[in-house]
Design a protein around this ligand. Sequence first.
Ligand code: GTP
Ligand code: MG
Length: 199
Amino acid sequence: TEEMEVEFVKSSGKAKDCPRDDRPEFAILGRSNVGKSSLINVLARKKEVALTSKKPGKTQLINHFLVNKSWYLVDLPGYGFAKAPDSARMDWSSFTKGYFLNRETLVAVLLLIDASVPPQKIDLDCANWLGRNNIPMTLVFTKCDKMKGKRTRPDENIKNFQELMRQNYREHPAWIMTSSVTGLGRDELLLHMSQLRNY
Ligand code: GTP
Ligand code: MG
């Protein structure tokens, strides 16, 4: 199990303000509250490298974290949350154009999907948008520990999500099951990212 040094570098409001060096990076994308910031803390094995909250809309800027002084993890604001005040909300349309379509150092997007709920249209739309634009993605299913009070189990939700994705993809993207509570998937995800970086 790999130890990681994770340091916060900067928050950017726009794609053009992101770090300009050539280090490879992975963007963490997904619905508000899906567990993006929590995942960074799990990878770092620290509680508060990235700030998390029970309330959706916690992360509002593009946050660059430098890992082992050699590559970046990028914590992004969540999509699908309408309640943040306009001033605090990122302009997703200009962000997507400015970042996803132009960031040359982007190795892959980690698209986080909440495994504790059935497939959501907004997540499928997001995956399809990335696919159409040829942006490499890995599906990271979060909250795989969460079963209490749920009508469907994480493994069923994941299977259903994948079936819906297969309608659009001949080759299903790589996928990993995770939990920031139990640490499930941490080492697998780190290995996966190191393979993508060295590819
Ligand atoms: P925004 O910044 O608002 O877009 O949210 P986020 O995707 O960064 O989510 P965050 O990491 O802040 O987590 C949201 C809530 O989900 C917090 O209360 C976390 O404790 C909880 N959570 C995150 N990951 C898991 C998980 O794997 N299992 C369980 N049970 N809860 C989780
Ligand atoms: Mg966050």
